[in-house]
Design a protein around this ligand. Structure first.
Ligand code: GDP
Length: 463
């Protein structure tokens, strides 16, 4: 059977565009032979040592010079993919890079699919599946927090924790199954209390990984903050105040042609996506208008809601009823922002003592910038920023991983029930094996083609 790994793949590994250099990458058993057909250096690439770079001329099939290049050779098995790899670095022109790729394809390479280099690294045992996914996350990381969690995963922190847990369970299953072979002799290789203890140790560790997903998701995807409130309370002004405080690192999110405006800021290494919404109105006639409907949709998907009050008007009836409704929104974190404090001078204390102000709120002035730092700090602490990054705990950032962990947990629960219900070892062993399989999915020890296709199709070509 011919496996796809027997052919040699090629792709441009650098972004398409003009730049100092571009890199065209080849991987497979004929990578060196194919590169040698176009490369004219002091020595043929077939004769050079692994992990060395060579200056030479890259020529087309007529022998005409295309570009001066540097070819770097990595011989199997110590390459990224585990196969022979050649990286041709040329001058970074779009046309030039494409010509070099086309020449290599003409010489027998096949165009790589998205993520195929990394897929080969996985299939050749260079990295496991969670590490392969970490490569994609690292490339996409927009903040320090995302970069640190991805590199930790790439280093194998999650994988080694999963392997340790699987090993513990496999040892336990082996003892239980051994016992089944000697059932007539009535031998006990592992006590029921030892099984219970082992299960609870594994369960604790699985639970803490599942719990870490909340933080992990924030590190990977950021926090969605929605600003809402009545018209004219200062939503847009606060939005701009937050953006301006971050001007140097503001990033535009493409594709946001809608009533709500979306921008991202970085606070202490976490991305906050701010959504400025249309005002929530009091009138029955306008309540159903498009903008308000969209505001509602934004509120539904927010991680943090900033509800803005205009202090010069105080808390109106509408404000109070909106707050009541928002406070009931499940799992959303609500922050009340009292804006325009510059307009109320000394009367604020009177407002507090009059009982008008009943909630913890952050007082700001979008006009003077008062309260900006407090607001940023509060956003940062609400997002659980900082927890878990510095210590040795594993942070799960990937929905696929957390789903497998949840399956593992469910199977472990079944094992516990079988044990408590006095079932024979056979049942307990079965549930523990299922737990091992769920854990195995994370690192790719147990996997299907569908899962692999799904994971690698999200990579860019050339990675
Ligand atoms: P939105 O409709 O809620 O987005 O409100 P805007 O941000 O458009 O602000 C409405 C009006 O209030 C504008 O004229 C702003 O200049 C003004 N405004 C916003 N924030 C402040 C503030 O902190 N102090 C003062 N004095 N005026 C403000």
């Amino acid at each position: 059977m011919t496996t796809f790994r027997e052919d040699t793949i090629a792709a441009i590994a650098t972004p398409i565009g003009e730049g100092g250099i571009s890199v065209v990458r080849l991987s497979g058993s004929k990578a060196i032979e194919i590169a040698d057909r176009a490369f004219r250096g002091r020595n043929s690439l077939a004769s050079v040592a692994t992990h060395t770079a060579h200056f030479g001329r890259f020529v087309n099939s007529h022998g005409d010079l295309v570009d001066d290049v540097v070819s770097t050779v990595f011989k199997q098995p110590h390459s990224y993919t585990g196969e022979d790899v050649v990286e041709v670095s040329c001058h970074g022109g779009m046309y030039l890079t494409k010509i070099i790729l086309a020449e290599l394809l003409d010489h027998g390479a096949r165009m790589a699919e998205p993520g195929e280099f990394t897929k080969r690294a996985f299939l050749n045992g260079r990295i496991d599946l969670s590490q392969a996914e970490a490569v994609a996350d690292l490339i996409k990381a927009r903040t320090e927090a995302a970069q640190i969690t991805s590199i930790q995963q790439l280093e194998g922190r999650l994988s080694s924790e999963i392997r340790i847990l699987r090993e513990r369970l496999i040892n336990l299953v082996s003892l239980i199954e051994l016992e089944l072979d000697f059932v007539e002799e009535g031998l006990e290789f592992v006590t029921r209390s030892r099984i219970t203890d082992e299960i609870s140790v594994v369960e604790d560790r699985i639970n803490s990984m599942i719990d870490s997903y909340g933080v992990g998701k924030i590190y990977r995807e950021g926090v969605k903050v929605v600003l809402c409130g009545r018209p004219n309370v200062g939503k847009s002004s606060i939005f701009n105040m937050l953006l301006n405080s971050n001007r140097a690192i503001v990033t535009n999110i493409p594709g946001t042609t809608r009533d709500t405006i979306e921008e991202s800021i970085n606070i202490n290494g976490v991305i906050f996506t701010l959504n400025d919404t249309a005002g929530i109105r009091e009138s029955d006639d306008t309540i159903e208008n498009e903008g308000v409907l969209r505001t509602k949709a934004e509120i539904e998907t927010a991680d943090i809601l900033l509800f803005i009050i205009d202090l010069s008007e105080g808390y109106t009836k509408t404000d109070s009823s909106i707050i009541e409704n928002l406070a009931g929104v499940r799992e959303r974190k609500l922050m009340i922002i009292e804006n325009k404090c510059d307009l109320i001078n000394g009367s604020y204390n009177e407002m507090i003592s009059s009982g008008l102000r009943t909630r913890e709120a952050i007082i700001v002035s979008a006009k003077t910038g008062f309260g900006l730092e407090t607001l940023r700090e509060k956003l940062s602490s609400l997002s659980a920023n900082g927890s878990g990054l510095s210590d040795k705990s594993v942070i799960v950032t990937n929905i696929r991983h957390v789903n497998s962990l949840r399956d593992a947990h469910m199977n472990l629960e079944k094992a516990k029930l079988s044990l408590q219900g006095g079932c024979t070892g056979e049942f307990v062993a079965l549930d523990l094996r299922a737990t091992c399989n769920s854990l195995g999915e994370i690192i790719g020890e147990v996997t299907s083609d569908d899962i692999l296709t799904n994971i690698f199709s999200k990579f860019c070509i050339g990675k």
